[in-house]
Design a protein around this ligand. Structure first.
Ligand code: PLP
Ligand code: ZN
Length: 482
């Protein structure tokens, strides 16, 4: 066992600790989110971040360099929760780049050199999610998991399916009906995951997958959603690579789209730890950008002034907000399907992140997202709609003079342009390929490896049956669906 790392409840009143090789969806005592923490004093002390540079130069070509091949694990001293390097499940994720976007900067009214794009779409499955999946699969292997599952707006399922097939675990993905873009659906099917198309939206899928994990323990499901704190450990590496590309100097701003709010939470954790370890002095400011059709964080933080205070937050404000959403039957709706989320699971961690990084939260409309996506494609090399929320948000923050045009800004491009070709084609031609596909007559699949999505009604019994389980084996009290 690794006794330098442990899991800890983020609620300071509870603060329960769990061993790193236990499996928890949330704190067993109070239900709050868990953090992975380290006893840094018992680990070899890092003197400087430049320690990591030699790893990039060998690119994992040396016999013992398997982990160095990964843009996540070449920083492994900063996420030391695994037992041995044998545990590490990697496909060479995180070999991404920070690129100066001077032409785009000019079109945004910024100085050359001041706008940088971090292309996380260059990951093996085409989104930043691979950074987190490599870490969560490493934990899954440590605890002997055989079956892994997630609810997803698309990229999580693509990434899970890829890692599950290479780690030889069964992948099960829960996706909302008609909610997933073509590129992402095709990946889940291609990598061989059992793909359950639930009659509901993302929030319904997340509720069900958590239910299966908790109420049907005989299914042996290891949960890969962003409530999984190990994913955030891997996603810290996005910030390490941004720093590395800038000779370990922090930019003024990091701008990231906000969906389930795992990424922004991971970024703040990265900086908080680097500061604690004395490895950086300056922490950049954070801007989280919501789509205006899925703007829970914007409403709570910017409109209602909800803040992280004395290590906690006022949960009654959040409950009140959700109650109003439910009463008025409001569901998330945006062209940026990767951030089409009404109940972001990492909300408390995001509030903490905004405090750590002196953050702001902005919202952008679908039109702003589409126009900025097209600008990034024209003068960068493209991203999917959700990613463009970062640059659209930058535009708003420049207009409001929150960000000044000579500050250094890193926008995280979270997913690859080819994830969602329908949006691009529709933008340029007006033709809705998605509608055309749905109208076309279908013939049954013929391929030897054909893997059809399975439509499932939004009920626990139906889901268990689709997974080959027996609903009669449900353990005692079933969690009431909200
Ligand atoms: C998952 C995802 C997001 C949202 O990230 P969170 O960590 O859930 O806030 C944004 N963009 C893309 C492309 C994604 O796949
Ligand atoms: Zn707790």
């Amino acid at each position: 066992m690794n006794d330098v790392a442990f899991q800890q409840c983020m609620n300071p009143v509870c603060g329960a600790r769990y061993a790193v090789d236990e499996v928890h969806v949330s704190c067993a005592k109070c239900g709050s989110l868990l953090d992975i923490r380290y006893d840094w004093d018992r680990l070899p002390r890092l003197k400087s971040l430049s320690y990591f540079e030699h790893r990039w130069s060998t690119k994992g070509t040396e016999a013992e360099g398997r982990a160095d091949f990964s843009g996540v694990w070449r920083f492994r001293e900063l996420l030391p929760f695994y037992r041995t390097e044998e545990d590490i499940v990697t496909v060479g994720e995180g070999r991404t780049q920070l690129q100066k976007a001077d032409i785009l900067a000019r079109h945004m009214g910024m100085k050359a050199g001041s706008l940088l794009l971090q292309y996380e779409g260059l990951n093996p499955s085409g989104s930043f999610k691979d950074n987190g999946m490599t870490a969560a699969f490493t934990h899954a292997r440590m605890v002997g998991a055989k079956r892994v599952a997630c609810a997803s707006t698309g990229n999580t399922s693509a990434s899970l399916a890829l890692f599950a097939s290479l780690a030889e675990m069964q992948g099960v993905v829960f996706i909302g009906s008609g909610k997933i873009s073509l590129g992402k659906l095709s990946q889940a099917l291609d990598y061989g995951a059992l793909t359950l198309q639930i009659q509901g939206d993302f929030d319904a899928c997340l509720r069900r997958v958590r239910q299966v994990a908790v109420d049907a323990p005989q299914m042996g499901i290891y949960l890969m959603n962003s409530v999984n704190p190990f994913r955030l450990e891997g996603q810290k590496s996005i910030m390490y690579r941004v720093l590395e590309a800038r000779n370990w100097e922090a930019p003024d701003w990091v701008i990231v789209p906000g969906g389930n709010l795992g990424n922004c939470s991971a970024f703040a954790k990265a900086f908080e730890e680097l500061k604690e370890l004395g490895l950086i002095k300056k922490v950049p400011r954070l801007a989280v950008i919501n789509a205006s059709g899925a703007n829970t964080l914007y409403q709570l933080y910017t409109k209602q002034g909800l803040r992280w205070k004395n290590d906690w937050y006022d949960a009654s404000v959040v409950q009140g907000f959700y109650a109003t959403m439910d009463e008025n039957n409001i569901h998330a709706h945006t062209v940026a399907s990767a951030i089409e989320i009404g109940h972001p699971v990492n909300l408390p961690k995001a509030l903490r992140a905004l405090a750590t990084m002196d953050g702001v939260v902005e919202e952008v409309t679908d039109d702003e997202i589409l126009e900025h996506r097209a600008m990034i494609a024209r003068w960068g090399f493209g991203c999917e709609p959700a990613s463009a929320a970062s640059v659209a948000g930058l535009r708003r923050l420049l207009d409001k003079q929150v960000i000044s045009p000579d500050e250094t800004v890193v926008c995280i491009l979270t997913g690859h342009e080819l994830k969602d070709p329908n949006v691009t084609v529709k933008y340029h031609t007006g033709i809705d390929m998605k509608a055309a596909q749905e109208a076309a007559p279908s013939s049954p699949p013929q391929g030897r490896l054909s893997n059809r999505p399975v439509p499932v009604e939004d009920s626990l019994e139906a889901i268990l049956r689709a997974m080959g389980g027996d609903p009669r084996m449900l353990s005692g009290a079933v969690t009431a669906a909200r």
